[in-house]
Design a protein around this ligand. Structure first.
Ligand SMILES: NC(=O)c1ccc[n+]([C@@H]2O[C@H](COP(=O)([O-])OP(=O)(O)OC[C@H]3O[C@@H](n4cnc5c(N)ncnc54)[C@H](OP(=O)(O)O)[C@@H]3O)[C@@H](O)[C@H]2O)c1
Length: 401
């Protein structure tokens, strides 16, 4: 055989493999064994699921949070006849992100915990498929500087940002005004509480908040979608990914989640990307970019959808969206503080310690107390994150049940 014609399989690390995005990624990868090989899978609490994924995808490495869990998983993997090596903690996550043999890193850990492993992939110049929007929200300027410095290829997995990416011209990095882009229209479903009477929001349960009308997702992002903090985080994410000012990104409620976002050009053309609400489409798009591969997603049936609706977001109903816009305008440490306070508040809501509207109250309080400071390095980002978490926990100790 002439080895020049044997193309190497792309080695993929999936950070957060046991989660919703991780599982969708593995579904797409499994459809293309001629292209992709799983290099590493990581999990946090769902370790029996991680074992099953290792058996299915035979990665070189698996990563878990603690030594004891690592020993247990290593024994189970050996018993299953697998050579997968188990690594531990953040160091293990960074190792499988930066390993010289890895081509692509899917950043699908939820929350601030994903920042260091994602940055390790960036610093190593990998192709990064970014779902972990919190990492970019926290450290936007530093993150994008690191991308430019290492030459990493950053591709958005968030369906909205992937849609925007598909509607942008290839040379959008020259600047939006240079390429004739007037606005980015970021669509939002409005979540499960779009029409719930405001007074009833005091009594909604975590399960109601997680019952998203169109998307099946992890619990943290589901609550963020219900409060529209998710759209606020996405607005900040869009500013960094596409070098846009916050006022160039307009949020549009579109309850059907068929149009995943739009780009408005100065000549009046508006380009949109449509598709069924299934993360396998943006995942397949980013994995194979600039080629196209089958994702397993059913073709869009416009006749079944029949109509597309749009409305402006109501910031009285969704105060988290206003808070995120204010943090985007303030810049510096404000988005990291917003994200940290939100993570603490959402966890408390999921534990039934606070009511749904109190998520916004906590964030607003934290942002009003903690001064916005410049963040010139990662230590400053984590300092802002730690401070905001402490203030949010302090709020909880005074007010939560
Ligand atoms: N789901 C979607 O459709 C969607 C769409 C766009 C963007 N995103 C973004 O993608 C990310 C993941 O979302 P998801 O819905 O897939 O969440 P998820 O289902 O909750 O999965 C989160 C993953 O992160 C792992 N994890 C949690 N805490 C961790 C920690 N401290 N250290 C290391 N790993 C940790 C989890 O492990 P265990 O499960 O083993 O505990 C799991 O593998 C989020 O940033 C979200 O905003 C999601």
């Amino acid at each position: 055989m002439d080895v020049r014609f044997v193309s190497r399989l792309q080695q993929v690390t999936v950070l957060g493999a046991t989660g919703s995005v991780g599982l969708s990624t593995l579904d797409v990868i499994a459809r293309h064994p001629d292209r992709y090989q799983v290099f590493a899978l990581t999990g946090f609490t769902r370790l029996s699921e991680l074992l099953a994924l290792c058996v299915r995808h035979t990665p070189r490495f698996a990563v878990v949070p603690q030594e004891a869990a690592a020993r247990g998983l290593q024994d189970d993997l050996r018993a299953a006849g697998l050579a997968t090596r188990v690594l531990v903690g953040e160091e293990g996550l960074c190792q499988v992100s930066a390993d010289a043999e890895v081509d692509t890193v899917v950043a699908a850990i939820v929350g601030a915990a994903g920042l260091r492993p994602t940055l390790a992939a960036v610093d190593a110049g990998k192709k990064i498929l970014l779902a972990n929007k919190e990492a970019l929200v926290m450290s936007g300027a530093l993150f994008m500087q690191a991308v430019r410095k290492s030459g990493a290829v950053l591709l958005p997995l968030d369906s909205e940002h992937n849609a925007i990416f598909q509607c942008m011209p290839g040379d959008f990095a020259r600047g939006l005004s240079q390429v004739g882009v007037r606005r980015i229209l970021l669509t939002a479903s409005g979540g499960p509480f779009r029409q719930t009477p405001l007074a009833e929001l005091e009594h909604v349960s975590p399960d109601q908040a997680c019952a998203h009308p169109n998307w099946s997702m992890g619990r943290k992002i589901s609550v963020d979608s219900a409060s529209m903090m998710n759209k606020g985080l996405e607005l900040i994410e869009a500013c960094w990914l596409f070098d846009a000012r916050p006022d160039q990104v307009e949020v549009v409620i579109h309850p059907q989640s068929v149009i995943h976002s739009l780009v408005d050009y100065v000549d009046g053309s508006v380009l949109a990307q449509l598709g069924n609400p299934d993360m396998r489409t943006p995942i397949a798009n980013a994995l194979a970019w600039p080629e196209r591969i089958d994702s397993g997603v059913a073709p869009l049936d416009l006749f079944a959808i029949a109509r597309l609706d749009f409305q402006a977001p109501d910031e009285q109903r969704f105060p988290c969206l206003r808070l995120a816009k204010e943090a985007a305008q303030a810049g510096n440490s404000a988005p990291a503080m917003l994200n940290a306070a939100n993570e603490v508040a959402v966890a408390a809501f999921l534990e039934r310690r606070i009511r749904f509207p109190q998520i916004a109250s906590i964030i607003e309080d934290v942002l009003s107390i903690e001064p916005v400071v410049a963040v010139n390095d990662l230590d400053a980002v984590f300092e802002a994150d730690t401070q905001a978490r402490a203030l949010a926990r302090d709020w909880l100790s005074r007010n939560a049940r």
